[in-house]
Design a protein around this ligand. Structure first.
Ligand code: ATP
Ligand code: MG
Ligand code: MG
Ligand code: MG
Length: 450
């Protein structure tokens, strides 16, 4: 059958919606060969998340630091984007989308055209005018806000954010999506009336980041950070502890002090805040970064608002990044086992995988009918599972073989229609991958569980 809507699978619904994914139809070119060879030839290093994601057909390498994000990855990304949208809009953020092609003129004004050095991807148009591919957008957003001549103090704070591809000519692209040369970032910029107001905005963004990571079930450390060439005076990074992390962190056991090693003077090995003594060293993956910028960019681009006395005042700014593709890979990195992917529940591309019996095996016809009834009950009882159920219809394969795939791909729930489904009160084998528990449940119990 050609169109994938499966006329022989009535449970897959109409041709307009696809409430059930047929695993045989998913474009997921699993690459079970030893992954790493191509990457190593391209001069990249590999890590667990890169290996697992490539093997499972979630990503495919293109050129150094660039990947195809395959369909299941795009689903996970879209889920992450929705969560980020909720958190950013929850604190008053408004989403916009800025050009990736950025004029050199703006970057010369901020002096970053030279400062960024080789990390900036530069190009020229047909008239010989210089551009760069945006690695971050302080210049662009500040000129945008500066254009609004009539901006009043009553309209502040303004929080603008986007989730777009960023381009950086990284000296060492590696670890799959963790360090790409083209990657997705959420970047938000805030404009406030005073330093006090800007610090308040800064805190509310940090809290939103904290909520996001706790919803994802990721333990994240907020550490004091260096502002680098973005500039500013107050800065924090959100770090996921992991062995392959490229940042060194120093954390106090006695109080909440934690810092990126870059911010401390060599030798500074004791906690500067409490008498607990030596700081413990660990490694982290930087998944987010917040900066209080002051007027560094607003002064240059003349981004002002009119105050109570109707006089122009330069806005106080902040900027706040989240590595969207990096968070996805970092979550896979810290949650997975060596063999099997584990996702934060909210990001798994599909929530449930149903595995019916092998075609021609004993009781396979009853099993197929049971499967149909089960899928029907799930979708009928739980509308939020529409589009979240995968049916492993590769019934020429044994249950065991398909189960192995499902475990490897990390569906939060795998439901096997096996021998138990033939009994008088049919039971389904349910594997909860998050907790590694296996249960035998009736259809109703399963609906209750999910
Ligand atoms: P790093 O220290 O890892 O190079 P950065 O400090 O240069 O990161 P920022 O300018 O702070 O990065 O950008 C904001 C966020 O964008 C980072 O916290 C990170 O999550 C993400 N990010 C930065 N560079 C990359 C990259 N090359 N690939 C994927 N995500 C990235
Ligand atoms: Mg960098
Ligand atoms: Mg950094
Ligand atoms: Mg940073």
């Amino acid at each position: 059958h050609g169109n994938g809507n499966g006329a022989d699978h009535p449970s897959t619904g109409s041709s307009h919606t696809t409430p059930v994914l047929l695993v045989s139809r998913l474009y997921q070119p699993a690459n079970l060969r030893e992954v790493g060879q191509e990457s190593r030839q391209a001069g990249e290093m590999t890590c667990k998340s890169q290996r697992l994601m490539q093997q499972a057909g979630l990503i495919h390498p293109s050129n150094p630091g660039c990947y195809y994000y395959l369909p299941a990855t795009v689903r996970a990304m879209e889920k992450l984007v929705r969560l980020i949208d909720q958190e950013m809009q929850g604190i008053g953020g408004q989403k916009l989308d800025m050009p990736s092609l950025c004029s050199a003129e703006l970057w010369r004004s901020s002096e970053r055209w030279d400062l960024m050095g080789k990390e900036l991807f530069r190009l020229q148009d047909r008239h010989g005018v210089d551009y760069c591919l945006g690695p971050t957008h302080e210049e662009a957003v500040t000129t945008l806000v500066a254009h609004q001549a009539s901006l009043s103090y009553r309209q502040l704070p303004i929080l603008l954010y986007q989730i777009t591809r960023k381009f950086r000519d990284e000296p060492k692209p590696r670890f799959g999506l963790l360090r790409g040369r083209e990657f997705y970032m959420k970047d938000m910029y805030s404009f406030d009336v005073s330093e006090e107001a800007a610090r308040h905005t800064y805190d509310s963004v940090c809290q939103a980041y904290g909520r996001l990571f706790s919803r994802l079930g990721l333990r994240c450390l907020r550490v004091q950070a260096d502002a680098g060439n973005i500039g500013g005076t107050l800065s924090h990074e959100f770090q996921l502890p992991a062995d392959i992390g490229e940042d060194r962190l120093l954390v106090c056991g006695g109080c909440s002090f934690a810092a990126n090693e870059e911010t401390l003077a060599p030798g500074e090995t004791d906690c500067p805040r409490c008498p607990a003594g030596p700081l413990a060293e660990s490694k982290g993956i930087e998944v987010g970064h917040t900066f209080y910028l002051g007027t560094k960019y607003s002064r240059v681009f003349n981004a002002t608002f009119s105050n109570h006395q109707n006089r122009p005042v330069v806005s106080e700014m902040g900027c706040y990044g989240l590595g969207v593709t990096r968070i996805l890979a970092a979550a896979v990195e810290v949650m997975s086992t060596e063999e099997a992917i584990r996702w934060p529940g909210l990001l798994a591309p599909y929530q449930v995988c149903v595995v019916p019996p092998k075609k021609g095996s004993k009781g396979s016809e009853e099993g197929a009918a049971q499967t149909e009834g089960l899928v029907h009950a799930l979708l009928g009882g739980l509308p939020r599972l529409r589009g979240e159920v995968a049916l492993d219809d590769r019934t020429q394969m044994t249950i065991g073989r398909r189960l192995k795939d499902a475990v490897r791909l990390g569906y939060p729930y795998v439901v096997v229609v096996g021998q138990g489904a033939q009994e008088e009160t049919p039971r389904f084998e349910v594997i909860c991958q998050q907790t590694d528990e296996t249960m035998f449940l009736s259809k109703d119990q399963l609906v209750d569980l999910l």
